[in-house]
Design a protein around this ligand. Structure first.
Ligand SMILES: Nc1ncnc2c1ncn2[C@@H]1O[C@H](COP(=O)(O)OP(=O)(O)OP(=O)(O)O)[C@@H](O)[C@H]1O
Length: 201
């Protein structure tokens, strides 16, 4: 279980989250809907250990996330091109995590040939699928999906979400999903937390 305890997160002078708490059961999928600039991506970065919070903590099964080695909470960022090394072919970045087989590449609509290219030689949607597959390393327990399919056409979006839901049920893999697509959140999440909370605007 992922437990988020009283997180306060600042970015520069600005306080983005104050006393934010959440519990996520194995296999549970929670959607977070908030206006642009609210701090969703920053929250994702803190939950996956990419940057510290001002206060509060993030625990997986009661323990702090590991500082070294593989982090079982994985963020798939909205702009994956910023997280791929531009000088390496994408297979090297993917295989830093794990080695998906051909069937797994097919499930997430990744063509083997794309893995011989560098990030700038791929479209945003192609790179987004490789980033997603990389984060699905079998050691991942919680996936934070930050607008992961926003760059994809509706048919591929549907098929990727079908596979993600299958993965979420089978492992089980918990998910925190940030999206501006209300219909998507309603279809894939067990519950949705909306900001600003009703009556506070
Ligand atoms: N490295 C940074 N330094 C300073 N300010 C930042 C930094 N990163 C983000 N911000 C600011 O923090 C706020 C929250 O940004 P964040 O990307 O977390 O929002 P978001 O809710 O994910 O937005 P969107 O829906 O547009 O992706 C924004 O006002 C942004 O300009």
């Amino acid at each position: 279980m992922l437990t988020v305890n009283h997180l306060t997160i600042t970015q520069g002078e600005r306080q983005l989250w104050r006393d934010f708490s959440l519990q996520l059961l194995p296999g549970e999928r929670i959607g977070i809907a908030a206006p642009s600039g609210w701090g969703k991506t920053t929250l994702g970065r803190v939950l996956a250990g990419w940057q510290p919070a001002l206060s509060g903590d993030v625990l997986l099964d009661g323990k702090a996330l590991p500082l070294n080695g593989y982090c079982p909470v994985q963020l798939v960022p909205q702009h994956p091109e910023l997280t791929f090394n531009p000088y390496r072919t994408t297979d090297r970045s993917l295989n830093d995590a794990w080695r998906p087989d051909d069937a797994q590449l097919e499930r997430f609509a990744v063509q083997a040939e794309w893995l011989n290219r560098r990030p700038h030689q791929l479209s945003g949607g192609e790179l987004a699928r490789i980033a997603l597959l990389r984060a699905l390393d079998p050691r991942t327990r919680v996936l934070i999906a930050d607008e992961v399919t926003a760059q994809l056409d509706p048919r591929i979006q549907r098929s990727i979400w079908q596979e993600l839901l299958l993965e979420s049920r089978q492992r089980p893999l918990s998910m925190i999903i940030f999206s501006h697509q209300q219909a998507l959140l309603e279809q894939v999440c067990h519950r949705i937390i909306r900001f600003p909370a009703e009556g506070t605007e």
